[in-house]
Design a protein around this ligand. Structure first.
Ligand code: GTQ
Ligand code: FE2
Length: 334
């Protein structure tokens, strides 16, 4: 058997570019000057995914319908992911992250699993529901931000007398899709125990929980406005003094009615969740109106600014740590 390609013509007989391109195809190659899909390098980030806002007031009713139609024992999670409306896109919300709304009803358990994608939750409504991360059980209260770092076992369970509980999930699944190291296991298959972590420890304070009351107190104690000027006050939700998780940074921003930010752009991608208040984002010429519970997608390199109508608190989840670590973070004020 020949070690070379059987259909390779005698190269001394190749006299035209068309023949040369045939050889390229035969050898799984392409000429840098002859790229049917266009050049591999371009001057600045392309506008691939779109600026968009999802309205909680609309989606909450849809989740309630899912609550009627989708039995929790048949759905691993009762979540609805937010698909960026760019043509051809089927999953990401922004390039590296997906956002979802999730709902759980009294008495339900969303069974334990773990996965390499990192996740976080921003609680919108309801009391009496807990998340259990690596055996630590933490109640989820409105305004709280809770982390599920990569590969940590986690489940969500609602007490029999809980409210319907609604929250926002943000995960770096699209980044893991790009990088490839996807792993996922169900607790039931690995450990057993009916799929629930046994004997959880009840914790009020935990390194994975940023309580809303603490965030508010920290914001009030702030004296200097953030340098970027995109909000009146800002705090970062950190882990060991660094970003909340290796791939996602979290900031809580506060701005009062009448606030108008400058315009900036950055190579990082952001998802803003509205905890309180209302206003508008102007993202690359598109006006996106937002209010409580809404999620705003600001894709990379789109110029954007905020104006605030009613006193507002936003949580910004961004992939800044990824771009920072790779020396690819560029931020400009316009
Ligand atoms: O709650 O564990 O929205 O694993 C997507 C994947 C939520 C979760 C999502 C998940 C979860
Ligand atoms: Fe999960």
């Amino acid at each position: 058997m020949s070690a070379t390609s059987p259909n390779l013509p005698d190269l001394s007989q190749v006299t035209s570019l068309d023949q040369l391109y045939g050889v390229f195809e035969e050898l799984s190659m392409e000429g840098g000057w002859h790229r049917p899909a266009g050049p591999a390098l371009w001057p600045e980030p392309r506008k691939t995914l779109l600026p968009h806002v999802w309205h909680y007031a609309e989606i909450k009713g849809v989740l309630d319908v899912a609550g009627r139609l989708v039995d929790h024992t048949q759905a691993d999670r009762r979540n609805v992911t937010l698909t960026n409306p760019a043509e051809g896109n089927v999953y990401p919300t922004v390039r590296t992250m997906v956002a979802a709304y999730q709902m759980i009803k009294p008495g339900e358990n969303a069974l334990a699993h773990h996965h390499t994608p990192a996740a976080l939750r921003i609680i919108l409504e309801g009391s009496g529901t807990c998340t259990v991360v690596e055996g630590d059980r933490v109640e989820m209260r409105p305004g709280d931000v809770l982390l599920t770092p990569s590969w940590t076992w986690h489940e969500h369970s609602a007490a029999a007398d809980a409210d319907d509980c609604y929250w926002v999930d943000i995960l770096d699944v699209p980044l893991i899709h790009l990088l490839e190291p996807m792993f996922f296991e169900k607790y039931e298959d690995v450990v057993g125990h009916d799929g629930l972590q046994p004997d959880p420890r009840d914790l009020d304070a935990s390194p994975i929980a940023y309580r809303w009351t603490d965030s508010l107190a920290r914001l009030e104690a702030q004296t200097e406005a953030p340098e970027h000027g995109m909000a009146e006050q800002e705090i970062e939700l950190t882990t060991d003094g660094g970003p909340a998780m290796p791939t996602i940074a979290l900031h809580v921003q506060q701005s009062s009615a009448g606030f108008a930010s400058p315009t900036m752009r950055t190579t990082a991608n952001s998802l803003y969740t509205v905890i309180e208040g209302s206003g508008e984002a102007l993202v690359d010429g598109e006006v996106l109106r937002w209010e409580r519970g809404d999620i705003i997608a600001v894709p990379a390199w789109r110029p954007y600014s905020f104006t605030v109508r009613e006193d507002a608190y936003l949580v910004r989840a961004s992939d800044e740590p990824v771009y920072g670590a790779l020396g690819l973070l560029r931020t400009e004020k316009l």
